[in-house]
Write a protein that binds this ligand. Structure first.
Ligand SMILES: [Zn+2]
Length: 286
């Protein structure tokens, strides 16, 4: 599905004579392979959150092993470091160089580091001992052959979070649990787009005294930890009013708008076997 969706998106952009310079996606393997082979001129980058999520998961597993508790204490610093590398690296090689500086840093070796003198706060955590089980296993994760090439391709400017937010709006208008007709789903997608575009990037709400409003958020990803979250101004629904006006306009004008034809269902493209003669069905027979 991911590859199919991207294929359609790229074809759509090409049909509008738009050339894709940079593409930011998650680490979906089929997509990476497809871009590498079919669109070698596109600069393919990875969303930091998705890479960070993968590392965090591995570190979480490792921290549960015997003598590896220290990994838990360092997990947040390690993922923060990933964001810092992507934000400050000039290019892929520089991002990777910054990432690798972590390997010595966690052992209290700072020759390759980019920071100035460490404050007592920075020295609060225990350092790793080279050669220890925790360090060796951590090293394998941080410098794994599959991770390092992806670190080089971290996106420094654009992330996929707004797309993710859009998908959650689509999920609201067209829940995956329910099935809709072709035109039903199409209409719901259009509504989701109108709603998203009208409400995306709302400014932070303010109190009567003019102070910015914040909420305390507890997220599943940061088990037990709370973070301040800006409260945006309330949503607006101007698009609903506009749609109503248009509908009334069309109806009073007595105009008729015919639906375009729905495409045939996906399953109709496949061969339908005969239940009585197909051998794989026979074992279900009494
Ligand atoms: Zn350091």
């Amino acid at each position: 599905m991911e590859k199919e969706g991207m294929l359609k998106a790229l074809n759509f952009l090409a049909s509008k004579s738009l050339e894709v310079g940079t593409l930011v996606t998650d680490r979906h393997k089929q997509v990476s392979k497809f871009v590498r082979q079919q669109h070698p001129h596109i600069d393919h980058r990875y969303d930091i959150w998705h890479v960070s999520k993968g590392i965090k998961k591995k570190l979480g597993k490792l921290s549960k092993q015997a003598d590896c508790d220290l990994v838990r204490e360092w997990t947040k610093s390690i993922t923060n470091h990933l964001y810092w590398c992507a934000a400050n690296g000039i290019d892929g090689d520089d991002i990777l160089k910054r990432w690798k500086s972590l390997i010595d840093h966690i052992c209290d070796e700072h020759d390759e580091c980019y920071h100035t003198t460490l404050s007592p706060e920075d020295r609060r955590k225990k350092w790793f001992t080279p050669g220890s089980k925790a360090y060796e296993k951590l090293y394998d994760i941080l410098c794994s052959k599959t991770l390092l090439p992806d670190i080089k391709k971290l996106s420094s400017q654009h992330q996929t979070s707004s797309l993710e937010a859009y998908h959650s709006v689509v999920n609201h208008f067209a829940p995956k649990l329910l099935s809709f007709s072709y035109h039903g789903l199409h209409s719901r997608l259009l509504l989701a787009i109108l709603h998203f575009n009208e409400n995306f990037g709302r400014p932070q709400a303010r109190t009567r005294e003019g102070k910015e409003r914040l909420a305390i958020a507890y997220t599943k990803a940061k088990a037990g930890e709370c973070t301040p979250k800006p409260i945006p101004v309330p949503k607006t629904y101007i698009y609903v009013e506009k749609l109503m006006h248009k509908t009334v306009e069309y109806c009073t004008a007595g105009e008729k708008h015919e639906h375009s034809e729905s495409p045939p269902p996906l399953a109709s493209a496949y061969e339908h076997p005969d239940k009585d003669t197909t051998p794989s069905f026979s074992r279900y027979k009494r």
